[in-house]
Design a protein around this ligand. Structure first.
Ligand code: ATP
Ligand code: MG
Length: 203
């Protein structure tokens, strides 16, 4: 008689894990469809973004996408009530998922790894801060991290192209925002400021 997973708890756990991975894959696939759509939109002549977005939602989408990477990380999200802004959701999801993925990578050797996300509305701008308690990024590295092809993830188990933050920087500048990084031995913080445009007040 074939072995039943019901009689073997370790097998049940394996199938549960597979289910969870499939779930992550489904979210990733849906996101890919979004990216393809947004790439297609680049070819549009009007260039008008077609959504009214709550930035908190785009952060939550990025968190859902990175579920597997975040399994051992404690995430704290402190959202403020934000005005809606016009834009393409996939662009924002890409900003947050690149920053969050880097945070996960940086936390691999950290005991009690955590990520703190805060959103605020200050001086007519949306401020998003993403902090992790990973190792300090030294000054020479900090100066180069937004450059294309700069990576410290070579060899070993991690592998990077060094493209994530250069893409983030490009999208943030195109939107009219700014991005900055601060790092010391206790934590690393990425701070993104976004303009709200005419949609302000519609939240
Ligand atoms: N939160 C962070 N903590 C520590 N180092 C970081 C953090 N975020 C980025 N870095 C550093 O900045 C470098 C560049 O990041 P970037 O996202 O552009 O490329 P990558 O992660 O190496 O590769 P890719 O994103 O293309 O997979 C990283 O290799 C890493 O050294
Ligand atoms: Mg990266």
């Amino acid at each position: 008689m074939p072995e039943s997973w019901l009689s073997d708890p370790s097998k049940a756990l394996k199938y549960w894990g597979m289910g969870r991975d499939l779930h992550d894959l489904k979210i990733a696939a849906r996101h890919t469809v979004g990216i393809v759509k947004s790439v297609k939109q680049l070819g549009r002549t009007d260039g008008e973004p077609d959504e009214l977005l709550d930035i908190n939602d785009t952060i939550n989408k990025a968190l859902a996408l990175l579920q597997s990477d975040l399994r051992r990380v404690s995430v704290r999200m402190q959202p403020a009530v934000l005005p809606l802004i016009k834009g393409a959701s996939t662009e924002y999801v890409q900003i947050w998922s690149n920053i969050l993925k880097n945070a996960c990578d940086a936390l691999q050797q950290t005991d009690a790894p955590n990520i703190n996300i805060q959103t605020k509305f200050v001086n007519q701008r949306i401020l998003v801060t993403i902090a992790n308690n990973g190792p300090e990024i030294d000054e020479p590295t900090r100066r180069k991290i937004f450059q294309p092809n700069f990576t410290t993830k070579k060899g070993g188990l991690s592998f990077g192209l060094g493209l994530g933050l250069s893409i983030v920087k490009r999208i943030v500048s195109e939107i009219g925002g700014t991005i900055a990084v601060k790092s010391d031995e206790t934590r690393t913080i990425f701070r993104v400021k976004l303009p709200v445009g005419e949609a302000y007040g519609e939240a």
